[in-house]
Write a protein that binds this ligand. Structure first.
Ligand code: NAD
Length: 430
């Protein structure tokens, strides 16, 4: 198939590269000319394991190309995916300005049948808005369909997730749209659920909100474990053995971040409000998540007595491991809180430092984990990168000015840490 993917971010670039890898002819479009210039030179604007190889091969086979010219890309493709950003507005609503712009440009350019698919995460009823926009601006008599195909990939494992999804959701309401999309996804061996467009849109928001709720739930439990002297990890294992609950997403920590959960929760709360439902449950999920960062800062304060004028070493900045994405990373709020209390921060992240530098102006960035430890009064773990789990802890202890570790991701064994002579604090574990 000839496919255009509009938006070359984490979703658009991965989707485009994967479709191209499946043998389709894909053109990826972005308004960001710098991004497109990089991609044309074979450089990736994001870090995502496995993506570079996939892009290189697809480009070599001439199945993947990049452009800023949306008009031309539209004319030459039958299937057009919209994968642009849907960032939050100050009131929490999803900003659908980029989606509308793209829909309007597509409408003006199309001369033959096109299937326009929303892949971006959007509030329910956006598909209808896209349809109306196309109807208003397209030439009379030109046929088109609109469909919804929400994306569930996770940064850090995006290529693997795209090629091995738990399910594919297709909100498609015409026979032709259903046929094109089921053909497209046939090579992926997974359940395909075909629904109406609105249900597909809600499936995405409901799934992300449910997962965020699971994280906030276990974080609330971890605070109870802390107060009672119980172990949240044992609790999570015990809960997770119940197949109705499952062990995934029951890891206590400093809360969720990234470009999906925080904004999708806000957008779902707002659209629910507009539809007449006050989604209090999700407001509490948000509140617990915000509070969890303060819980962590209080632990640092408890560990150090006074934070002011202490040097704190931070391991990990990205919102999760295996990505360079800093959007809504909990590290940003935590570091700013610690700095406002007079701490000096030195930090290291395996892949996110270039992006982190634009947000964290007063932080001293170090070349590796051991450089972070040297002379720090305390070590803080904010992202659970594998390389931090494999550190030589005896060396870490020697380099620190005092052997204090506050582990916001529970990556070390409390008993081992104490046996090594650390004062060790983690989330919800004695
Ligand atoms: P992103 O910010 O990384 O990428 C969006 C891209 O769209 C940017 O490169 C931007 O320049 C481009 N863009 C904006 N307006 C454009 C226009 N008019 N024409 C062409 N390009 C334009 O965002 P992302 O993380 O890839 O997310 C995209 C969507 O997918 C969002 O709705 C997000 O919620 C959703 N989503 C993201 C993830 C994730 O893990 N990042 C997972 C599932 C769904």
């Amino acid at each position: 198939m000839k496919i255009a993917v509009v938006g070359c971010g984490y979703v658009g670039l991965v989707s485009g590269a994967c479709f191209a890898g499946m043998g389709h002819r894909v053109i990826c479009v972005d308004v960001d000319a710098k991004k497109i210039a990089m991609l044309k030179k074979g450089q990736l604007p994001i870090y995502e394991p496995g993506l570079e190889e996939l892009v290189d091969e697809a480009v070599r086979k001439k199945n993947l190309s990049f452009t800023v010219d949306l008009k031309n890309a539209c004319r030459n493709s039958e299937l057009i995916f919209i994968a642009v950003g849907t960032p939050p507005k100050p009131d929490g609503d999803a900003d659908l300005g980029f989606v509308e712009n793209v829909a309007r440009t597509i409408a003006k350019e199309i001369r033959s049948y096109k299937l326009i698919v929303e892949k971006s995460t959007v509030p329910v009823q956006t598909g209808h808005r896209i349809f109306e926009t196309l109807k208003m601006h397209a030439k009379k008599g030109v046929r088109f369909d609109v469909a919804s195909n929400p994306e569930f990939l996770r940064e850090g494992t995006a290529v693997r997730d795209f090629m091995n999804p738990d399910r594919v959701i297709l909100g498609a309401e015409s026979k032709k749209a259903r046929e094109i999309l089921t053909d497209l996804y046939r090579p992926l061996k997974c359940p395909v659920l075909v629904t109406d467009i609105k249900s597909a849109e809600i499936i995405k928001h409901a799934s992300n909100s449910f997962l965020a709720a699971k994280i906030s739930f276990i974080n609330a439990i971890s605070n109870i474990c802390d107060a009672a002297g119980a172990d949240v990890e044992q609790v999570a294992i015990g809960m997770g053995l119940d197949r109705r609950i499952g062990r995934d997403f029951l890891n206590a920590g400093i809360g969720f971040g990234g470009f999906c959960f925080p904004k999708d929760l806000s957008a779902f709360i707002r659209i629910s409000e507009k539809l007449g439902h006050d989604f209090e449950l999700l407001k509490n999920v948000q509140k617990i998540n915000e509070d969890q960062k303060k819980v962590f800062v209080r632990k640092v304060e408890h560990a150090l007595w006074n934070i002011s004028s202490k040097t704190l070493g931070v391991l990990g900045l990205s919102f999760k491991p295996n990505t360079d994405d800093m959007r809504y990373a909990p590290s940003l709020d935590i570091i700013s809180d610690l700095e406002s209390r007079g701490a000096k921060i030195r930090a290291y992240d395996p892949h996110a430092m270039a992006k982190a530098k634009t947000h964290l102006k007063n932080v001293e960035f170090c070349k590796d984990s051991y450089a972070v430890c040297r002379g720090s009064d305390c070590l803080l773990v904010l992202t659970e990168w594998d390389e931090f789990k494999e550190l030589d802890l005896a060396k870490v202890k020697k380099l620190l000015r005092q052997p204090v570790v506050v582990d916001g991701r529970n990556i070390y064994d409390p008993k081992k840490m104490r046996a090594l002579g650390f004062r060790y604090f983690s989330m919800g574990r004695p």
